[in-house]
Design a protein around this ligand. Structure first.
Ligand code: NAP
Ligand code: 8YV
Length: 316
């Protein structure tokens, strides 16, 4: 049997399939994973991890015979691909199988902000409907201009689902795409022109805090920010200030700077909807992600190739 390090959790189905071919060493069973790796790292050929935990560069250093890292998630900003490529280690992820689910989460957050779902649910539960009469009116989510920051696989799925709400789609990314939507080379300019700004870029250094105070002010008091990308993409301190002061109207957030910690100031605001990073978290989609995570490892074990390498490792 080949030795595999499992960082973080895995579903029972993933564990069963992996267990048929690998001896699994779980970091969650170790008191001190770094110390365990110092003694045992040389026997590890494969790593299975997830988008949150990634792999610490020091762990990779401690595994001189590592061949592949399979990430249960499409975002791989927690894995140092420069280090992996320099060592000839292939990194895989789970693109496409979660596009529709994350798009649904995005629409859910937008609708929750516009139609004040949390406020109205609380209104009924507290008996205020009976005591005080009808709840205050909300805003229509139909016919809005939605700016997508990062029109990739998931961004396109979001654009498709927004069609049901007669949205006008515009977008910003580094490169203009062959799509029928208006392109903005400048993010602030796009923020000024839209009702809703949806963040769905990768995390990492290139996108760190690109949604800053200026962008949020450009989005404005009637604007809604939806972040389903990574917490690092939005300047969280500036976001709190903008929401508190009314410079920004609403925010729907699935991701945060220091998950699972969510600042108290954010939790106190009633113009935000907060989710615990559940963009892809349904049984169906997580099963598909888990299957691809395991398939990549089994295929590499079988013939040295993988199904879905990250772009940096394509052709390895
Ligand atoms: P993708 O297909 O690679 O799309 C990413 C898009 O972002 C591309 O269009 C890219 O276009 C753009 N982009 C990259 N760097 C940029 C920059 N510096 N400035 C502006 N635009 C930039 O990726 P995907 O599969 O759609 O996934 C996107 C991300 O969503 C993941 O990396 C992950 O962080 C996040 N995600 C979150 C959840 C969740 O649970 N909340 C679930 C899944 C994924 P250009 O290269 O032209 O710039
Ligand atoms: C997962 C995600 O929550 O795919 C991603 O990039 O953020 C989510 O689908 C995460 O990766 C856990 O594995």
């Amino acid at each position: 049997m080949t030795d595999l390090l499992l960082i973080g959790g895995a579903t029972p189905v993933m564990l069963d399939r992996l267990g048929e071919k690998f001896t699994i060493h779980k970091t969650t069973d170790m008191d001190d994973p770094a110390a365990w790796l110092a003694d045992n790292g040389s026997k590890i050929s494969y790593v299975a991890t997830n988008g949150h935990d990634g792999v610490k560069p020091a762990y990779v250093d401690a595994m001189p015979n590592l061949k592949a890292i399979s990430c249960y998630g499409v975002g791989y900003d927690a894995i140092d691909t420069t280090q992996a490529v320099s060592r000839g280690i292939v990194v895989t992820h789970t693109p496409n199988v979660l596009n529709a689910e994350v798009a649904t989460t995005t629409v859910l957050l937008m609708l929750a902000c516009y139609r004040e779902i949390l406020r109205d649910d609380a209104y009924v539960r507290a008996g205020r409907w009976e005591a005080e009469g009808n709840a205050p009116l909300t805003r229509s989510a139909d016919g809005q201009t939605v700016g997508i920051l990062g029109l990739g696989r998931i961004g396109q799925a979001i654009a498709d689902k927004m069609a049901a709400f007669d949205a006008t789609i515009v977008y910003h990314s580094r490169n203009q795409k062959d799509v029928p939507y208006k392109y903005y080379s400048d993010l602030k300019e796009m923020a000024r022109d839209v009702d809703v700004l949806v963040c769905i870029t990768p995390g990492g250094a290139a996108t760190n805090k690109i949604v800053n105070a200026e962008v949020m002010e450009a989005l404005g008091p009637q604007g809604t920010l939806i972040n389903v990308s990574r917490g690092s993409v939005v300047d969280e301190a500036a976001l709190i200030e903008a929401l508190q002061s009314g410079k920004l109207g609403w925010a729907g957030l699935d991701v945060f700077e220091a998950e699972p910690k969510v600042p108290e100031a954010l939790r106190k605001l009633d113009n935000v909807v907060l989710l615990p990073h559940v963009g892809s978290a349904t049984n169906e989609t997580r099963a598909a992600m888990g299957a691809l995570t395991v398939d990549n490892l089994l295929q590499h074990l079988e013939d040295g190739t993988v199904i879905s390498a990250v772009p940096e490792c394509a052709g390895m």
